[in-house]
Design a protein around this ligand. Structure first.
Ligand SMILES: *Cc1c(COP(=O)(O)O)cnc(C)c1O
Length: 448
C-alpha cells in the first residue's frame, strides 16, 4: 500500500459495520474483475458532467436563478432558465421541469393526456407499460383514464428474445394512431432494457410508416446511463421523474418533459391551464436542489450503475439468476436478483435497510400494498421519501421471488449496502457459505 490507509483499517471499519472478512474479501476479489467496466462508466460520467456544465454555461445560469418565486410565479427567471438548461442537455426544443409535477407517473400522464385527443389511438410497441400507467391508459378501469376520454390503446408485445415485433408494429399502426409510448427501462419486468440506439431504430421505423406519430419515451431510470438520450435519436418527447436519476438525489419532488416545442406547450397548458401554460407556476424554494441535483446527476447515476454491476456479479457467481447478467451493457440502473425463495428476498431487503443512513434501525416487513396481487417488501432509508435514486430495494412475495434494487447516491454507499445484503443472506442461510469459500480458494489466495 502506498497510501496511509491500511488494508487492516479498512477491514476493521467494515467489521465495525457488520461485514465479515469473508464477505469483504469476496467483494474485493469480485471488484478486481470489474476495473475496466468501471473505468468505462467513469468516462461516460465525465462526458455527461461536461454536457451538463456546458448547458448551464450556455444558458447563463446566474446566482439570481437560484432564487424562487411565490404566488403566480410570473417572470420566474430561475424556472425559465432551468427549463432552457434541460432542453440544452437533451438537445430538445423545449422543456417543462416543475415541482408541480408530482412524480414520474404524473409527468407521463400529463404528456399523454395533453397530446392525445378523443378518437386518437395510443400505441405501445414495447409490450406492457409500467404498472401505474395501466390506470392512466385504462388497461385497468380507472376514473379519468384516457379510455374514459375516448382514446383507445393498442399494444404490441416484444418477441420472446426481447426484440421488436416489426411486422406486428407495422400492422398495429393505423389512421387513428397518434402517439407511440416507448418505455426505455425494463421497470419491474424481466425483458431487456432498451438502448438509446434501439429506441432510435424503433422511432425511425414508426415514422417511416406514419411520419406524424408522436414518439414519446418513458425515460425513467435511463437518464445519463449513456452519453445520448432518446431526444438525440428522434424522440418527440422524453419524460421522467426528478426523484430518480436527473434529480441527483437532491430534488425533493418533481418531473420533467422535454422535446418538441408543440408537445411541451400542450403539456404546459394541461398542467396549469389553457391560456396560462408555462407562464405560471411558482418555483418556491425548489430551484437550488433542481440545479445542483442535475449538476450531480451524471456522477450519482454512475455510482448507481457500478452498484448494479457489482451486485450482479456477486450474486451471479453464487448461482442466482440476475437480470441483467453480470456482463451485459447497462441502459438503466435497475438490477434484479431472483432468489427463488421468500427468505432470500426478505434477507436482501433487510440488508439494504440496515445499510441506510436514515431508518437503519427498522426491519422491513412484507405488507399488502394497494394494487398488488401479492405481498410486497420494500427497503428504503432515504433522505427524500420514496426516492429510488437513493439505495432502495423491493419485490413482490411470489415466484420467482425477485428483488429489484437500484440507486445509491455514492458508489461507496451502494457497495456497502450490497455487501450488507450479502452478509444478511449468508447469515440467514440463503446460500451455503461454502460457496464463498470455494470461490476464494479457486481464485488462488488464502481463505480468511
Ligand atoms: C418509476 C417509473 C415510473 C413512475 O414513476 P413514479 O415517480 O413512481 O410515479 C414510470 N415508468 C418507469 C419505467 C419507472 O421506472
Amino acid at each position: 500500500m502506498t497510501n496511509d490507509l491500511s488494508q487492516e483499517s479498512m477491514r476493521d471499519m467494515y467489521a465495525s459495520m457488520g461485514i465479515s472478512e469473508k464477505i469483504y474479501e469476496y467483494g474485493e476479489r469480485t471488484l478486481q474483475t470489474l476495473e475496466k467496466r468501471f473505468l468505462q462508466i467513469d468516462k461516460r460520467a465525465e462526458y455527461n458532467q461536461l454536457k451538463v456544465v456546458k448547458a448551464m454555461q450556455d444558458c447563463k445560469v446566474s446566482e439570481a436563478c437560484l432564487l424562487g418565486t411565490t404566488g403566480y410565479g410570473y417572470n420566474d427567471l430561475g424556472r425559465e432558465t432551468l427549463e432552457a438548461v434541460y432542453a440544452a442537455v437533451f438537445h430538445a426544443e423545449d422543456a417543462l421541469v416543475r415541482p408541480q409535477i408530482t412524480c414520474g407517473t404524473h409527468a407521463l400522464a400529463l404528456a399523454l393526456m395533453s397530446n392525445l385527443r378523443p378518437g386518437d389511438e395510443l400505441l405501445s410497441p414495447v409490450g406492457k407499460p409500467y404498472d401505474t400507467l395501466e390506470e392512466v391508459i385504462g388497461i385497468r378501469e380507472s376514473k379519468g383514464s384516457l379510455k374514459e376520454y375516448g382514446i383507445s390503446y393498442r399494444q404490441v408485445d416484444l418477441k420472446e428474445d426481447g426484440s421488436f415485433d416489426w411486422e406486428g408494429i407495422r400492422a398495429a399502426i393505423g389512421p387513428k394512431t397518434r402517439l407511440a409510448t416507448i418505455q426505455r427501462s425494463k421497470g419491474y419486468q424481466t425483458r431487456p432494457t432498451l438502448s438509446v440506439a434501439q429506441i432510435g431504430e424503433l422511432i425511425a421505423f414508426i415514422k417511416g410508416i406514419k411520419p406524424d406519430v408522436i414518439c414519446m419515451v418513458d425515460n425513467c431510470y435511463g437518464e445519463f446511463t449513456e452519453t445520448i438520450e432518446p431526444t438525440d435519436v428522434g424522440a418527440d418527447m422524453c419524460v421522467g421523474s426528478l426523484i430518480k436519476n436527473p434529480g441527483g438525489g437532491l430534488a425533493p419532488i418533481g418531473g420533467y418533459i422535454v422535446g418538441k416545442k408543440e408537445c411541451v406547450e400542450n403539456a404546459a397548458y394541461r398542467l396549469t391551464s389553457p391560456g396560462l401554460g408555462k407562464e405560471v407556476g411558482a418555483s418556491l424554494n425548489a430551484l437550488p436542489s433542481f440545479y445542483q441535483g442535475l449538476f450531480l446527476a451524471p456522477t450519482v447515476t454512475a455510482g448507481a450503475l457500478k452498484g448494479a454491476i457489482f451486485a450482479a456479479n456477486l450474486y451471479e457467481k453464487l448461482g442466482f439468476k440476475v437480470v441483467p447478467d453480470g456482463q451485459t451493457m447497462r441502459h438503466d440502473i435497475i438490477q434484479a436478483v431472483e432468489f427463488g425463495t421468500p427468505e432470500g428476498l426478505i434477507a436482501f431487503c433487510e440488508g439494504i435497510q440496515y445499510a441506510a443512513p436514515v431508518d437503519s434501525f427498522v426491519t422491513p416487513e412484507p405488507w399488502d400494498m394497494p394494487g398488488y396481487d401479492s405481498q410486497v417488501i420494500m427497503a428504503a432509508g432515504a433522505f427524500v421519501s420514496g426516492s429510488s435514486i437513493e439505495l432502495s430495494a423491493d419485490g413482490p412475495l411470489k415466484p420467482p421471488y425477485a428483488v429489484y434494487f437500484q440507486g445509491g447516491l455514492t458508489w461507496q454507499h451502494a457497495k456497502f449496502g450490497i455487501l450488507k445484503s450479502l452478509q444478511r443472506c449468508m447469515d440467514k442461510g440463503v446460500f451455503p457459505r461454502e460457496k464463498i469459500d470455494a470461490f476464494l480458494s479457486d481464485s488462488g489466495q488464502t481463505v480468511v
